[in-house]
Design a protein around this ligand. Structure first.
Ligand code: 2IT
Length: 449
């Protein structure tokens, strides 16, 4: 391997041995872009790669909040501004007990290249807290969000850093965060957050964008194989906002989602998650804060498999939509044994590197990487920023058309980038290379800092 590349990866492995998720994404991205590094020996002199793996700024802050009994609790808040070469830092906030700097760093690093791939002017950042929203009342969520914003507001702004949602942060949380920002600043700067409600600057289709975009990307992959989407069965994990939109768009295009999963296990619905009642119930399950997918099986009378993952079922397409490292090598082996052809990542880094490299090696298997497949979410966030700065509100059709177009471009850019470097039809390497090249060029042109 390229000596400079190896030294950077070794450096990250040593320095961040206590942040394995970050090490994982750095290894995955940087090994993919080796042909670009080989073609640009000047990057070593500029120390471009060591600069890329070091966030530009990292903020950590205390978040103290009061529960409904009047007791106080203290959590840690984060906002890491990873790379601003292409535009204001942009990326979600994750509220989940597993959050620590290694999670924020892996998400932030991925976000930089994903945002680049959208072709829109956004840098990459990520934030969140180890706060656990499970079982919290609405008032507790509001007080937590207000306290979080009391610290965060100093670091963000429509031209500085524009957070959005991620796991545990949806429209409700963005509303409370925005309300507090507005109160603190005394001005209506709705371009400071995306994923807002429609009444105060939110974009139509933003709630659907990640899931719809993922299915549009799947359609591009299937078109390449001359294989229709109609009639396909799809196994997914998760039951949140992304899964909900995947079910809706898949149904609309004649495919059938047969699994959903949660921390408690997975459900198998052979009829498909394909009616308005089922879509609405997913929203209800999420809003309940119970974090249990068993509720779906109880309601619709299908099978529930406690403590298990859906990756052993037979389906034409697998789309992990839940969280990182959901698919490990034994699951990947099971998918191959079941003759899977389409492995489409949706959640951020849902596959361990071991499982990912194994799947990519299988002849006839098509692997699509999350940073391309899920980029429709942040792309529509960037469209929301455009609408806010122009004081406009586009129709759902206008936004959806742009989303389709952006997903097509992301797919095509990835295909072209891999071909340009002699890697064949490699959507993983292609996405990394296309995303990386733009960031690298912008950094070089902006000088050393
Ligand atoms: O992972 C992601 O791209 C997101 N959580 C959405 C980020 C955004 O700014 O819309």
């Amino acid at each position: 391997m390229n000596a400079y590349l190896t030294s950077v990866i070794d450096n990250v492995k040593k320095k961040y041995a206590n942040q394995p998720e970050f090490v994982q994404t750095v290894e995955e991205v940087l090994t993919s872009v080796e042909p670009v590094i080989n073609a640009h020996p000047e990057y070593e002199k500029l120390d471009l790669l060591n600069r890329m793996v070091e966030p530009e700024r990292q903020f950590t802050f205390r978040v103290c909040w009061m529960d409904d009994q009047g007791n106080y609790h203290t959590n840690t808040g984060y906002r890491f501004q990873f790379n601003g070469a292409l535009g204001p830092y942009k990326g979600g906030l994750r509220f989940h007990p597993s959050v620590y700097p290694g999670i924020i760093k892996f998400l932030g690093f991925e976000q930089v290249f994903k945002n680049s791939l959208t072709g829109l002017p956004i840098g990459g950042g990520k934030g969140g807290s180890d706060f656990d929203p499970r079982g919290k009342s609405d008032a507790e969520i509001m007080r937590f969000c207000q306290s979080f914003m009391n610290a965060l507001y100093r670091y963000i702004g429509p031209d500085i850093d524009v957070p959005a949602g991620d796991i545990g942060v949806g429209g409700r949380e963005i509303g409370y965060l925005f309300g507090q920002y507005r109160r603190l600043k005394g001005s209506f700067e709705n371009g400071v957050l995306t994923g807002k409600g429609e009444t105060y600057g939110g974009s139509l289709i933003r709630p659907e964008a990640t899931g719809f975009g993922a299915v549009y990307y799947l359609t591009e992959v299937l078109n390449h194989e001359n294989d229709p989407i109609a009639g396909k069965t799809i196994a997914i994990s998760g039951f949140g906002n992304v899964s909900w939109a995947v079910c809706r768009k898949a149904t609309e295009l004649g495919a059938k989602v047969v699994t959903l999963s949660g921390p408690d296990g997975y459900i198998y619905d052979p009829d498909g998650v394909n009616t308005q009642e089922k879509f609405d119930y997913m929203v209800e399950m999420r809003a309940s804060g119970r974090d249990k997918v068993q509720d779906y099986a109880d309601k619709f009378g299908c099978q529930f498999f406690p403590g298990e993952k859906p990756w052993g079922v037979k389906a034409d397409v697998m789309m992990p939509c839940a969280t990182q490292n959901d698919v490990t090598l034994p699951w990947a082996e099971k998918m191959v044994a079941n003759g899977l052809k389409y492995y489409i990542e949706v959640a951020n880094m849902p596959t361990t590197n071991e499982a990912l490299f194994y799947l990519m090696k299988q002849p006839g298997m098509i692997v699509a990487p999350s940073k391309a497949v899920n980029a429709g979410g942040v792309a529509v966030s960037a469209l929301e920023m455009s609408q806010n700065s122009e004081r406009l509100h586009w129709t759902a059709e206008e936004v959806d058309q742009q989303l389709k177009h952006i997903m097509h471009n992301i797919y095509q850019m990835s295909v072209d980038a891999a071909a340009e470097y002699g890697l064949g039809y490699n959507l993983v390497a292609g996405a990394n290379i296309a995303g990386f090249k733009k960031v690298a060029t912008a950094m070089v042109e902006q000088g050393v800092f």
